[in-house]
Every structure is written in C-alpha cells, then in structure tokens.
Design a protein around this ligand. Structure first.
Ligand SMILES: [Zn+2]
Length: 397
C-alpha cells in the first residue's frame, strides 16, 4: 500500500504508522482506486468490506467487524419544506455499533493493522472515537489504550472503560497528545488510530459509496459535513471521487465544511482566503465532538473546498441547540455536533447560498444519548397531575 501526500505528491510505501508527510507536514492519503465494482448481494449478509472490497485492495480479510455502516439515508420532506429546497437527506450515522460514524474508520484501520501484525491499539479522544476504538479492541480481543485529558468530564469515562480498555488521564496540553501518541506508538508498537489517520479516513469513503447506492447513483448537489480534524470530509470526498472514476456517478456533490462558531478555525481561514489554518483560541461550544482548535487536516480541507467548489460555514450556538431540538422533534435525536450540519444548511438557505432546487445531504454524525448533560440547556417542559385528574388532561391533548 502506498501513502501519498496530496500537497507535494511525495509517496511512502508500507509506512502504516505515518500520518503526515515528512516533507511538508500535510496529511497522507491512501492511493485512489480508479476501477472497481460493487459486490452485489444481500447487504443483510454482507459487511462493508464484502460489498466494497474492490475499493479496499490492501485488506485481505476481515478480522474484526461489528456490522458497521449500511446506515439509513432518511429523506426528510418536513425539513425540505421548512428550508424551501428540493430535497433534504439525512445520513443517520447514529445507527452504527457505537452510535457514531467513527466505527467505519476504526474498522478499516484496525483490520489493516491486525493484518500487519499489530496487537496493541490506541487513540486520543474523549468522545466518539474513544468509545469506538475501545469497542473494536474488545471485539478483536486486543489490548487497547485510550488517552484522555485530565480535565475530562466523569460522565465520559465510564462509557469508554466499560469495554475493558485501559483509560489513561494525561496531565498537560491536550493538543500535544495527538503528536506524542504517534511518536510513542512508533516506539512501542502501539497502533494509534487518531482522528485523521489515513486508514481511518479510508473507512469514511463508505459513507459516500452508500449515498451513491441509496440515491440510485444520483447523489445530492451538496454534502454538508460537521468538521473537526477534517478526516470525515476527506474520506467522503475520496469516496465520491473513486465512484466517479469507476463510472458509477457522473458528478460529485459540492462539499460544505460546517463548524460551530465557537470553534471554527477552518471557516476562519476560508473567510480570510488563507491557505493555512491558525489555532483557535479558547474554544467554546456545546458541539464538543467537533471542537478541535487546530484540525490536523484543516489545510487539506481548505484545498478540497477550493478544488471542489465547496465552502465553509460556521453556525451560532443557539442555532445548533435549536436544530438539535428540531431534529429530535422529527424523530432523530443527535448530539449537538451533528446538528451543526443541518443548522448550516438553514443558514446557507437564508443567505441565498443554497439554490431552491438544491438537493442536499447532511451527515448526522453521532447520537444524542452520548451527551445528555447538554439537555439542561434545552427548554423542555413536563406536566404533573394526580391520577384522578389524568383523564382531564388526556381528553384535551
Ligand atoms: Zn508533502
């Protein structure tokens, strides 16, 4: 397998622990697949790697799998009507084994690493990715270590530790943990599957593949992606590019990078027409899952947006919470970071940046049950009554 720097073109062979180019420090990507077919069969009896095996030529067999992927693409006529656009599609990633899109990337990266002879795994995360790596490590019967900042909220620890992973609270600058974990992983044979690891990004291609299949190979005009490290957006772009090269689709969606206004380093660089992101000072948002002040793939995301005629947009905190509530009141309870995509769409329509005939898809990245303490910020009402007065309430519902 070759890793290629999309910035300077330098190639690296069999460097499974390398994330970034030694020459220009930009993220590395697995070489694109230009030819392939979909393994037709009953998806109820397939896993992602069975169905799309041609697009993962470096994976020989599946050693660990929790039946991730194949998530619904929900067509919301009520949001299409509310926004006044042709079609709103919601890719419901909350239905993955650990309730977020991260499972797709963990599955691909861990299978590749097991094939390469690794027995120890790790990640740096306090949220969705920590839970995902812990779960797949458990399913594979491997030792797994999760590094978190010392200031992690206690409610986030137990859902990681329950899988049997070793959880280490590390004192010091959390931002430095990403690099330090990669360095120590090299030294001690621990395969760290961090946010924008090239093989993790590979897993996210399958979101694009599935959307192609679910739209009968007529994908939406815009894909709106909540963006943290930038790995998810990179993976989705690569997936559409590969399916176009293979002749399945005639056009790719334009990509929209959506961030919370309280932590929007990519949007800020985009609005300043800059080629490089600058570290965001003092992130403040309830959308914790995407509150990354210095996204390691941020510069690459800016490149993709320019190449693909996409754009970047930030949404305010009140809009995020309102959209979380609106989604729940349409039956989909997602975490605040996931609501950012649809909140971005609403803002873009208001600003006239999304045409009325547009078909859009938003990625609902993770479940609302992961972060219930945010519910205290929602205005929710309850009623109480004595049992003898219950009928009075029910007959006037
Ligand atoms: Zn490079």
């Amino acid at each position: 397998m070759q890793l290629i720097c999309q910035n300077c073109g330098k190639r690296y062979a069999d460097q499974e622990l390398l994330y970034h180019c030694n020459h220009c420090q930009e993220p590395l990507e697995v070489g694109e697949v230009f030819v392939g077919s979909i393994r037709v069969g009953n998806p109820l009896r397939q896993n992602m790697m069975d169905r799309y095996s041609d697009f993962f030529p470096y994976l020989q067999k599946t050693a660990v799998c929790l039946q991730e992927g194949f998530t619904p693409l929900f067509k919301s006529s009520s949001f299409a009507q509310k926004l006044g656009i042709q079609e709103v599609l919601l890719k419901n990633e909350t239905q993955n084994p650990t309730w977020s899109f991260k499972d797709r990337g963990t599955m691909v990266a861990m299978n590749y690493a097991i094939q390469k002879g690794f027995h120890q795994f790790g990640t740096v995360s306090t949220g969705n990715m920590a839970v995902s790596v812990a779960a797949y490590g458990a399913a594979a019967g491997k030792k797994t270590v999760i590094l978190v900042g010392n200031d992690i909220a206690k409610e986030k620890l137990a859902p990681i530790a329950i899988y049997g992973a070793q959880v280490i609270l590390v004192d010091g600058e959390y931002g430095n943990l990403y690099q330090e974990s990669i360095r120590l992983g090299w030294k001690h044979g621990i395969y760290f599957i961090n946010s924008d690891h090239p093989l993790r990004v590979e897993g996210y291609k399958t979101i694009a593949y599935e959307i192609c299949e679910q739209t009968n190979f007529n994908p939406p005009d815009y894909m709106i992606v909540p963006t943290s490290s930038g790995g998810l957006l990179r993976g989705i772009e690569k997936g559409f590019a590969e399916f176009m090269a293979a002749g399945f689709i005639a056009k790719k969606p334009k990509l929209v990078c959506a961030q919370a206004a309280g932590c929007a380093p990519i949007v800020k660089a985009w609005e300043n027409d800059a080629e490089k992101i600058v570290c965001w000072q003092n992130p403040q948002t309830e959308a914790h899952a995407i509150a990354n002040p210095m996204p390691p793939s941020g510069n690459r995301v800016l490149q993709i947006l320019r190449q693909e005629q996409g754009f970047a947009v930030a949404v305010a905190e009140d809009a995020i919470l309102q959209t979380q509530k609106d989604l729940a009141q349409n039956g989909l309870f997602v975490q605040p970071a996931s609501a950012v995509a649809l909140a971005a769409a609403i803002k873009l329509v208001k600003e006239g940046l999304l045409p009325r005939q547009a078909r859009i898809a938003c990625v609902l990245t993770g479940s609302g049950l992961k972060y219930t303490s945010v519910l205290s910020k929602q205005q929710l009402s309850y009623q109480t009554c004595g049992i003898e007065k219950l009928e009075g309430l029910l007959k006037n519902l």
